[in-house]
Design a protein around this ligand. Sequence first.
Ligand SMILES: Nc1ncnc2c1ncn2[C@@H]1O[C@H](COP(=O)(O)OP(=O)(O)O)[C@@H](O)[C@H]1O
Ligand SMILES: [Mg+2]
Length: 446
Amino acid sequence: MRLSRYFLPVLKETPAEAQIVSHRLMLRAGMIKQASAGIYSWLPLGFRVLERIQQIVHEEQERAGHVPLLMPTLQSADLWRESGRYDAYGEEMLRIKDRGGRDLLFSPTAEELITDIFRSYVKSYKDLPLTLYQIQWKFRDEIRPRFGVMRGREFLMKDGYNFDLTKEAALHAYNRHLVSYLRTYERMGLKAIPMRADSGPIGGEDTHEFLVLAETGESEVFYDSAVTDLTFGDRVIDYDSVEECAGVLEEFTSRYARTDETHDPALFDAIPEERRRTARGIEVGQIFYFGTKYSEPLGATVQDAEGNKVPVHMGSHGIGVSRLLGALIEANHDDKGIIWPEGVTPFHCGIVNLKQGDAAADAACENLYDQLRTAGLEPLYDDRDERAGAKFATMDLIGLPWRITVGPRGLKNGVVELTSRRTGESEEMAPEAAVQRIVGIYRDHP
Ligand SMILES: Nc1ncnc2c1ncn2[C@@H]1O[C@H](COP(=O)(O)OP(=O)(O)O)[C@@H](O)[C@H]1O
Ligand SMILES: [Mg+2]
């Protein structure tokens, strides 16, 4: 992409309405524009990151054997009456009437609709296990939408639903989700800690929330500092193996880590004092096991091996896809702007031409641009006729992890400058070497 042809409406002023840094930076970097309270347009730069995040979520869900589909945002109230949640859900549910006077709603979550799909087609235990998921917009009429995409009214969520014959099988699905979520967040460069939580209106027995530690987080959390040392890394896991998945759950959830909803001061005080931590966190995901809570009222049954009709055991599993942008920025920024982790960056690298119109500089930039694209990468080339300072400020604000700076002076010595956004360190090297370096970096960050 050439910046001269892109749409990147960066703001010079810090928007007064934004209370937290991620919201300020998303507005300043031209990523989102508020359409109405808690509802945003995703401008091109924000949209690119949203797509990167979705792609990682899809890849990790499919790796775990989960099957994508897409359900509508508008749903009939009838199904929600069947489950009893139409009245129970309260004011957060946006209710709409169509021209025939029929009650519709904008889906805040989709247990009912997915269970209806399941019961329409699946009749035998032989078709289990099955986990279906979607990435779709949700609407919750929050009283106090705030912090930009962190607590929106319209937001993008990955919601997955497992269907299993027995409680044991459904708990395996739960563990599988936990593992896939650990991988998902790590690929994004985020540390998200699974914490025991409260099940709220979805109901159920087992639930963990994934929290990113941040001062601006809405949840108060209590944990043993040992949990922050755990990483999933690049270990290979067999998602069909009950033991392997249970082992990961055990490893990542046996230490104390809870939100204020389930906090138990007596258990907390049993941790050695130097490891006790109280902090704030952003909830970026949640997994639930809720058994037959929906399959029973909605009649989602299968025939088991003995020919008995039994309700399936279910769980639901969410990732706050749009909220993740806010969480990522809260965790990765400095006073100049965003610092994207390689896994989610909107462009792999920036190219800054210090002297637009200089024949040698223009040619070198075009060359770099072509070579990076040929290598399968997406560079953002600042080819505008602007001062170097303004170009650097834009690149720092939008946070591309790598920048190649090209100027006539360096080119006389056959070099360009490669700069890391995170460390600020620069190195001079031949243009080909800079391309090789960047290609290598992204080979390690698939
Ligand atoms: N209002 C919102 N704005 C942005 N993301 C949200 C919002 N509500 C929930 N999410 C995200 O969707 C994920 C799954 O939703 P869920 O657990 O049902 O939400 P909650 O715990 O707020 O009821 C949450 O972990 C969170 O990351
Ligand atoms: Mg939740």
